[in-house]
Design a protein. Structure first.
Length: 249
């Protein structure tokens, strides 16, 4: 027989699920639906059609009109005499060599102290004199202050990342520079590793084998991370994140 207490439990469970769905953007329900399934790879889409994509706008020189000289194979404005197979237009592919070796060791310490004292040497104030059991009214014009601070800070960071990723030219700027974006996903068991590279490259910096070092990418945006079971375990739960933001202590 169905009891009222069972109905209350069902309502309470449903309310908790609704609250959890609202707090986590229904991502928890998606995870529940994919229990036992491998993480799905992202579809291959045109980067320029994705939500939030914004074309890059950079300062450009004044355009030069192309002119041809009689009996000459050279055209003004050309970058090279012979045409090569390196990436130079929208849709071309080039390989980005990500080589990041970053090490920083910084230590700072700041100390500050100050003491101030003002004595008016006035025995009374507007005829008020010191009476037994009270302080002199003249002390109202005497001030003393002391302040001190001691701050210390240190940074010890070391990062290393070496890998390759193929990027696609998504935009050709008026001065000939290329806007590239590359994304790589690798799934091993139930964990996906993601590598995203984007930025602006100069055609002259592209090597003969159609590769470019990440250090020569302007406005470089490099992201390396992952998603899956291991990443999920390393992240604090939603409730803990909310408390970390709201609690003032």
């Amino acid at each position: 027989m169905f009891k009222v207490s069972h109905f209350k439990r069902i309502c309470l469970t449903g309310g908790l699920l609704a609250f959890g769905c609202a707090a986590s953007g229904c991502s928890s329900l998606d995870r529940l639906a994919n229990i036992g399934e491998q993480p799905k790879l992202s579809s291959i889409d045109n980067p320029t059609t994705q939500a939030g994509y914004k074309p890059v706008s950079m300062p450009m020189p004044a355009p030069e009109a192309a002119s041809y000289n009689p009996n000459s194979l050279w055209r003004n404005g050309s970058r090279a005499f012979f045409k090569d197979q390196r990436a130079h237009q929208i849709g071309d592919i080039l390989t980005v060599t990500v080589n990041i070796t970053d090490k920083a060791n910084i230590a700072n310490e700041t100390q500050r102290s100050r003491a101030n004292s003002e004595d008016s040497n006035i025995a009374n104030f507007f005829g008020l004199k010191k009476t037994p059991g009270t302080n002199s009214a003249g002390n109202m014009l005497n001030t003393d202050s002391t302040a001190s601070s001691d701050g210390k800070g240190s940074v010890n960071r070391q990062e290393a990342l070496q890998t390759n990723v193929a990027a696609v030219v998504t935009q050709l700027l008026p001065n000939g520079n290329l806007v590239v974006e590359g994304r790589q996903e690798i799934r091993v068991n139930f964990e996906i590793r993601e590598l995203v590279v984007a930025g602006i490259v100069r055609p002259e910096d592209i090597q003969s084998d159609n590769t470019i070092d990440s250090s020569k990418i302007a406005q470089a945006r490099i992201a390396y991370g992952g998603r899956g079971q291991i990443t999920d375990v390393q992240q604090p739960r939603y409730g803990q994140q909310v408390f970390d933001i709201l609690l003032p202590f």
